[in-house]
Design a protein around this ligand. Structure first.
Ligand code: SAH
Length: 343
């Protein structure tokens, strides 16, 4: 555990909040933009803010700390994937993954340490929820990963540990922080948020951030099967979820990605594929089939390639857009939440 926890993380400050703070310190408002710009560059120390007067740097350091997480473990894969266990000042640990794609570099960040959604195939949820992250801590993962890899990151997916819609305030702040033109300036369309399907928050998100991509973890073609692996389904019924997703599409004009982890003998049958296809036919969606990452302590096996291929074919035959997720970092602990558990 590191010290200084009584100070505030300056990465949690939106530009207008920083303007107020700087004015309170008796300085001109424009200093806030300079500071905000430096923070987005990933500086680790106030003294690295070259055009900020020394006196202001000193008073900033008295009140704030720069909450970049520390990489306590990292694994590099041959394909360029970097998986990192980050630790925040209070000892809280989360995972982030850097990935190279044809369209550019991407990072998968966590929104919570642990998770309380309880999906039975997932490693992140095995010890329950530790705590939610702040918006600044979510931004900190992007900045720290860029510092670590030395590579630009142009896409962010909130698909790491945790349920982002169980931390809606932190998530919203993160999006506002990283999107700010004076800061990291990331386009809203370069952000994807993945949820296990918290209906009221999907509705809120459609209004608040219609340009941010939404992915919904479905993992089953019907209520009965979904309930078996995703406890959240008991609270939010399958048909209601589908209806909400359709409304989301109508309201935003954006297509939803449905994630479907294919699990051997659980949800990989042709009948499951037919059922899913009948639900999604003629609708603006995209299905991402994810061969299950096997998690120690969970009894599920990944579906074999043949059944994934025929699952895909059935969806295609019904005109449903579908891709099989490329497996990156298969030579390192791929399944989310595993690195943290392997301490
Ligand atoms: N809580 C959010 C985001 C976190 S996980 C959500 O549920 O969407 C990101 C995706 O990985 C989700 O679709 C999740 O269900 C899936 N996932 C979790 N564990 C997995 C595993 N062992 N193998 C494959 N996908 C997994």
């Amino acid at each position: 555990m590191r010290t200084e926890v009584q100070k505030e993380n300056i990465l949690d400050y939106l530009l207008n909040e920083l303007e107020t703070a700087v004015t309170e310190l008796g300085e001109k408002k424009f200093r806030a933009s300079q500071i905000f710009g430096w923070l987005a560059k990933g500086v680790k120390d106030f003294d690295d803010m070259k055009n900020v007067p020394a006196a202001l740097r000193a008073s900033l350091a008295e009140r704030f700390y720069i909450g970049l997480p520390e990489a306590v473990r990292s694994q590099r894969s041959k394909d360029g994937t970097v998986k990192c266990l980050f630790e925040f000042i209070d000892g809280t640990q989360v995972e982030s993954v850097f990935m190279k794609y044809e369209y550019g570099n991407s990072i998968c960040i966590s929104s919570q340490s642990g998770c309380r959604m309880g999906c039975t195939f997932c490693a992140s949820t095995m010890d329950g929820l530790d705590r939610s992250l702040t918006g600044g801590e979510m931004l900190g993962q992007v900045l720290a990963m860029r510092n670590l890899t030395g590579k630009d990151i142009g896409h962010v997916v909130v698909m790491g540990m945790g349920e982002p819609f169980d931390n809606y305030d932190g998530l919203s702040k993160f999006i506002r922080l990283i999107h700010d033109k004076k800061g990291y300036d990331l386009g809203l369309r370069n952000i994807t948020v993945s949820t296990c399907g918290l209906i009221p928050k999907i509705r809120e998100f459609a209004v608040d951030f219609p340009q941010v991509n939404l992915a919904v973890s479905l993992h089953a073609p019907d209520q009965k099967l979904r309930e078996q692996t995703m406890p959240v389904a008991k609270k939010y019924d399958y048909d209601d979820l589908m209806k909400t997703c359709r409304e989301y599409t109508e309201l935003t004009g954006r297509r939803i990605t449905f994630e479907y982890a294919v699990i051997d003998g659980v949800n990989d049958s042709p009948a499951c594929a037919e059922e899913l296809a009948s639900r999604l036919k003629g609708w603006l969606t995209h299905v991402n089939l994810i061969p299950l990452n096997e998690v120690r302590g969970r009894n599920y096996k990944t579906a074999n390639e043949k059944s994934v291929a025929s699952f895909k074919k059935i969806l295609e035959r019904n005109g449903v857009a579908v891709t099989v997720r490329r497996t990156l970092g298969s030579d390192i602990d791929a399944a989310c939440g595993q690195l943290r558990r392997n301490r």
